[in-house]
Design a protein around this ligand. Structure first.
Ligand SMILES: Nc1ncnc2c1ncn2[C@@H]1O[C@H](COP(=O)(O)OP(=O)(O)O)[C@@H](O)[C@H]1O
Ligand SMILES: [Mg+2]
Length: 316
């Protein structure tokens, strides 16, 4: 049965056609005969308890420079769709939070992937703290004395914003770095919320591994190795993708996290592991599908659609 699918995403004009995971999901959906519609999150509205969006029918092609065609826009009630893919990128700000509130209203008639309430309740660097035994020593605070005590105990640290993404404002501070005081002041004035102080993991030189779980099960992985002159492994910061396998410990991490993800309706999740420690659980708009496939791994877009189709069948 073809499904009516809407994707809520950032402007499709601007995506990296060959690397974008949302685009890989759309190509696979189209291949399976599902009907695709597209809208950006700013087009959502709530009127008398019903959620509307201005959508355009979408067709996609895996061709750089000619990757999509959109129909004329039309205003429609979102419950018209069997499935909505919640796929806009961070920042995880109030605009993001608002869309999760609106999408919550179309359930259970419409299946929203990932579950919007769970996405809202699981910011990447907060959710992961529910699994302290899998994490490096981590402190979330705004307190100078607490950070000083943490530094005294753990030596080299990393300071990074709690709602950062793409490696933005991630700093390594060595044991006797004289810049710490200024950096503390800058974080205090820049951010209103607590930020992350974490043990520096020297294993980052060997990479920050993105492991993808589909409905709580390991689906594929890709390593990201930082450029020699940067701490950050993020590809947008020059990190290089590399083929990888899972270690025993990483398989255990997946086993531990799996049930929590499944139970929350977090169907497509990317976790980040540096040297046996998990640092993030990405639930908003994880990436990596295409890199995994390019290195000879499984077709995760197909795995995800298998799961979505099965879930839709179960509730039909
Ligand atoms: N504790 C750490 N030890 C070593 N490197 C780290 C640590 N935390 C972050 N990094 C480096 O910084 C990059 C970005 O940090 P991350 O926590 O993943 O935030 P973001 O959400 O911005 O990707 C990581 O990919 C890694 O290269
Ligand atoms: Mg990261």
């Amino acid at each position: 049965m073809p499904l009516n699918v809407a994707v809520q995403m950032d402007p499709i004009q601007r995506i990296n056609v060959k690397g974008d995971s949302t685009f890989a999901l759309l190509l696979e959906a189209q291949k399976r005969g599902h009907n695709l519609s597209y809208y950006t999150p700013d087009r959502l509205a709530l009127l008398e308890g019903r959620v509307f969006a201005t959508v355009e029918t979408l067709s996609v092609r895996d061709v750089v420079g000619d990757h999509f065609t959109l129909s004329a826009p039309r205003r429609t009630e979102l419950t018209e769709f069997d499935v909505v893919l919640l796929r806009q990128d961070p920042p995880f700000d109030l605009a993001y939070v608002t869309t999760t509130h609106l999408l919550e209203r179309i359930q259970p008639k419409t299946l929203v992937i990932n579950d919007p309430a769970s996405v809202r309740n699981a910011p990447e660097k907060v959710f992961v703290t529910e699994f302290p035994e899998l994490m490096p020593p981590t402190l979330i605070t705004r307190g100078l004395a607490e950070i000083q005590a943490f530094r005294a105990k753990h030596g080299d640290i990393v300071m990074k914003p709690l709602y950062g993404h793409g490696g933005g404002a991630v700093f390594r501070v060595t044991r006797d770095d004289l810049n710490f005081g200024s950096l503390f002041d800058m974080f205090s004035t820049t951010f209103r919320e607590q930020w992350v102080v974490q043990s520096f993991l020297p294993a980052v030189k060997q990479g920050d591994k993105r492991i993808i779980l589909v409905d709580g099960e390991f689906a594929g992985a890709v390593n990201r190795i930082p450029a020699p002159d940067d701490l950050r492994s993020n590809m947008v910061r020059g990190g290089a993708a590399a083929k990888t396998d899972l270690t025993k410990r990483e398989l255990e991490i997946c086993k531990t996290l799996g049930p929590a993800l499944r139970q929350r309706g977090l169907l497509f999740v990317g976790i980040d592991v540096i040297g046996d420690f998990i640092t993030e659980i990405n639930v908003t708009s994880p990436t990596g599908i295409r890199a995994v496939k390019n290195f000879g791994g499984p077709d995760i877009a197909a795995l995800i659609w298998d799961k979505i189709e099965a879930k839709r069948k179960a509730t039909a």
